[in-house]
Design a binder for this molecule. Structure first.
Ligand SMILES: [Zn+2]
Length: 368
């Protein structure tokens, strides 16, 4: 079954490979080599070409040897920085780095557990239905690999994305829809001391817009933020340009619509107040999803945790992941805790016991 030493070795080899977003080549080749050495076929799609990565999504299909639902596992190959030259420190059953880099357990813990599953399957000791494994590219920069997947030739009953920080047992059953805004104000430049009345202050327009809107936590399902404001050239020039980048999120699509409309109203009102022009770009980086324990994809993972004696927790996330993209494609998917803490920081760590539990969970989910 799951071999703790083997999964730790797999994980160590993965985190030492530098794989920032759009440069996942070496890691993808390592993954393909690993599964091919065990007698399975690995396929790489064309997503890299579409998004400017040197690598496509790696897809492995393992035919069932028994009747059973078709299960998909997903993890992403890219990591955030700093990630070059990872030096591992293993102490008291915890894997971390020397503090100079991130660990990259986000999401190489997921990758390691999936490769350990392949090792177990190669031993032919368990009976399982069809299994798909997908290793995506460029997740950290906007779920780009997942958005360019073509699953039209695959039948998938249940999908598990291994990409939530925190404990094995965490099941992310809902994640928000998001709207993003890039807003440009155009006013008129003028000398601020000699002829301010001939100018139109674009920064004033932007600040009136921002002060008109409610931001932060709007309600228990909805949040909003202005994250960037820039513009202006010097203290003595009435600024003719200002740019605002903002977002709103909600688990409830109707509430998101309302919040986004209110923000757009404010953006327009700011321009009107000072007589500036405004252009507003609004786009949807990802759709949300919301499931309950009555959905079979959730039920199955709860049952697997029960059989393993691992306690579980249903979680609502405030962030997007590849899981959002799969649900939007019509594939029932949840995001699962993969055991790492303090992801995206140099304090990131993962307990070895969690790494082993994650691999055991995958084996438990595919058994029939
Ligand atoms: Zn991740």
């Amino acid at each position: 079954m799951v071999d703790e030493n083997r999964v730790v070795r797999i994980f160590e080899n993965l985190v030492k490979i530098y794989s920032p977003s759009y440069r996942e080549r070496t890691l993808a080749d390592h993954i393909k080599g690993y599964v091919e050495s065990l007698g399975f076929l690995a396929f790489e799609d064309e997503a890299g070409l579409a998004i400017g990565s040197d690598t496509g999504n790696v897809i492995i299909t393992i035919p069932g040897i028994a009747e059973g639902p078709s299960i998909l596992f997903v993890s992403h190959m890219d990591t955030v920085e700093p990630a070059k030259g990872v030096e591992l420190v293993i102490e008291d059953g915890i894997i971390k780095t020397d503090g100079e880099t991130i660990l990259g357990a986000d999401d190489k813990a997921g990758v390691a557990a999936m490769l350990e599953l392949v090792s177990v399957l190669a031993g032919k000791s368990i009976s399982h239905g069809p299994i798909h494994l997908i290793f995506t590219v460029a997740e950290e920069v906007g779920l780009e690999g997942a958005k360019n997947l073509d699953l039209s030739d695959k039948h998938i009953d249940f999908a598990y994305v291994l990409d939530s920080n925190g404990k094995i047992g965490n099941i992310v059953v809902s994640a928000p829809y998001q709207d993003s805004f890039v807003v440009e104000y155009r006013g008129r430049a003028a000398h601020a001391g000699l002829a301010p009345e001939t100018g139109i202050n674009a920064i004033a327009a932007a600040s009136m817009a921002i002060s008109c809107m409610k931001l932060g936590r709007i309600d228990e399902e909805t949040t909003a933020n202005v994250g960037v404001i820039e513009g202006g050239r010097a203290g003595n020039i009435v600024p003719d340009r200002a740019r605002v980048i903002a977002e709103s999120r909600s688990i409830n699509p109707a509430k998101l619509e309302e919040q986004s409309d209110r923000m757009i109203d404010c953006f327009k009102r700011g321009a009107q107040e000072v007589g500036a022009e405004v252009s507003i770009q609004r786009y949807r980086p990802y759709e949300g999803y919301s499931l309950t324990e009555n959905d079979e994809v959730v039920r199955r993972v709860i049952d697997a945790f029960d059989r393993l004696g691992v306690s579980h927790k249903l979680i609502r996330s405030g962030g997007g992941s590849d899981t959002n993209v799969f649900n939007a494609m019509g594939v029932n998917a949840v995001n699962l805790g993969m055991g790492a803490e303090y992801v995206h920081t140099t304090d990131e760590y993962i307990p070895i016991a969690e790494l082993k539990n994650l691999a055991s969970l995958l084996v438990e989910l595919v058994k029939v």
